[in-house]
Write a protein that binds this ligand. Structure first.
Ligand code: PHE
Length: 480
């Protein structure tokens, strides 16, 4: 069994694969719409604080536990001599399954947008009727089919092993993604809404900030950096000894944040330059009607390509290919966590573990696919039935499988998984081990300042902040 563990070819390979995992629908789809729903400024600031003070140190912790143990999340803690901590790995596997189930469905929307854009590029653009997106969501067969297609593609890559496949793919995909984003943002700079978009994003207004918004910002920091579910731990287990974890983690966190902010500038720059669009979105937000905000990436954006942007007929379809690939490099890491854990734990061949894991995910994914209007029960189900207080507390009052899965995984499973992991790295692991992994001692034998900062964050700042936010939400606290 002890064949030498696969490794990334080098630092760049890891950075691209890890940022491939981090950059995904979280950046392009979710961050813009939750920022919109939470009214910008203050929410963005809290999110940035969460990335720097919590996300980056937790990412270093995850990667170091992975590289130290060279195992999957469920075996890592046993290998390091603390089998009782294996629950953290299992929590990650559960989070991976839950996230993948709804993520694949949304990733499927990018395939539809691609086909739609190709049609428009060939036949000329015609604005679709407003109800079209809602009708698409309520089409159960299509939702299940597109989600299944996405899961299938993910399974094909994961079944073949990681390093060759993912690394080779992300080496091409990520730079092209960056190039397209730059092209888009440069075009948005010439739109009327550009400055307004910057104001919306960066001028904080704390009066609208609720306790749930702070938890959402924290949860999203974990979601967007792929933390708290063992993804970075698993990828870290393939990292070469000589690569610097702090530098790599900071690069990945910075790239991910940059892409999320740029995606917002693009999206809001467009929305704000079409006043009627902004008005529709605002009324959707105040009535709590989700479809038009949730669908921003897929409904609002194509408008820009075909009405405002030179070369849009080429960029439009290309952009949705890239959304699909950004999503794919994330779903690969989600499935990889589950497959690596199952195959290592049960000594099952990789191929077989992939089939088993994908089948379980597909079952849950059908529930999500049908919860967008196709099936009455799946769309209106609540986690705790009629227990209103519990529903509000745990799921933010969300109904339907997809919304509930998203909310519970991002706002609870990931922060709690991350909390446990960082407590492990900060308090349970011997300092000598973490120093060794994080290159914490200089050539002069002095402990480096950067290491001390990490250790303070991992032991105190991150646990205290996560714990405080969770307790506030449990007590029904408000942060405004
Ligand atoms: N980080 C990914 C995104 O932003 C989603 C993800 C979450 C991937 C958790 C892996 C683990 O889209």
């Amino acid at each position: 069994m002890e064949s030498p563990r696969e490794q990334w070819s080098g630092k760049l390979g890891f950075i691209l694969a890890a940022s491939g995992s981090a950059v995904g629908l979280g950046n392009l789809w979710k961050f813009p719409y939750i920022t919109w729903n939470n009214e910008g400024g203050a929410f963005v600031l809290v999110y940035l604080l969460c990335i720097v003070a919590i996300g980056a140190p937790v990412m270093m912790s995850e990667i170091l536990v992975g590289r130290r143990s060279r195992r999957s999340p469920v075996e890592a803690f046993k290998t390091l001599g603390h089998p009782r901590w294996s629950f953290v790995g299992w929590l990650g596997v559960i989070a991976g399954v839950v996230i993948l189930a709804f993520y694949a469905v949304i990733a499927g929307w990018s395939l539809r947008s691609f086909v739609q854009c190709v049609g428009w590029s060939v036949d000329g653009y015609e604005a679709p009727p407003e109800a079209a997106f809602g009708a698409f969501l309520a089409d159960g067969g299509t939702q299940v089919g597109l989600g299944a297609l996405f899961l299938g593609a993910t399974a094909l890559v994961v079944a073949r092993g990681v390093s060759g496949g993912i690394e080779r793919a992300t080496r091409i995909l990520m730079p092209v993604l960056f190039a397209i984003m730059i092209y888009l943002v440069v075009n948005v700079m010439f739109l009327d809404g550009f400055v307004e978009a910057l104001v919306f994003l960066f001028r904080p207004n704390f009066s609208g900030l609720s306790g749930h918004a702070v938890l959402e910002a924290l949860g999203h920091a974990f979601f967007t950096l792929s933390l708290g579910m063992g993804g970075m731990l698993t990828y870290g287990s393939y990292l070469r000894r000589q690569d610097s974890i702090p530098r790599i983690a900071m690069t990945v966190a910075a790239l991910d944040t940059l892409i999320a902010l740029v995606a917002c500038v693009i999206m809001f720059g467009i929305i704000f330059s079409v006043p009627s669009l902004r008005a529709t979105m605002e009324s959707a937000r105040s009535t709590g009607e989700g479809v038009s905000t949730v669908g921003m990436l897929f409904v609002t954006l194509p408008n820009l390509f075909y009405t405002k942007m030179p070369g849009g007929a080429v960029v439009g379809p290309l952009f949705y290919v890239l959304v699909a690939f950004a999503a794919l490099s994330s779903t690969i890491s989600l499935l990889e966590v589950v497959v690596a854990s199952v195959s290592e734990r049960l000594s099952m061949a990789r191929g077989r573990a992939t089939v088993v894991a994908s089948a379980v995910v597909f079952g849950l994914s059908c529930g999500c696919a049908l919860s967008l209007g196709a099936n009455e029960w799946a769309s209106s189900v609540r986690l705790f039935g009629g227990l209103e207080r519990l529903n509000t507390l745990v799921t933010g009052g969300k109904t339907g499988f997809l919304s509930i899965f998203d909310h519970v995984a991002a706002n609870w499973l990931l922060p709690l998984g991350g909390l446990a992991l960082t407590i492990y790295a900060g308090w349970v692991m011997p300092a000598a081990d973490t120093q060794d992994e994080l290159d914490g001692v200089g050539d002069d034998g002095e402990v480096r300042r950067g290491y001390v900062v990490w250790r303070i964050c991992a032991r105190f700042v991150a646990p205290a902040a996560i714990g405080w936010i969770v307790v506030q939400v449990l007590l029904g606290g408000d942060f405004s």
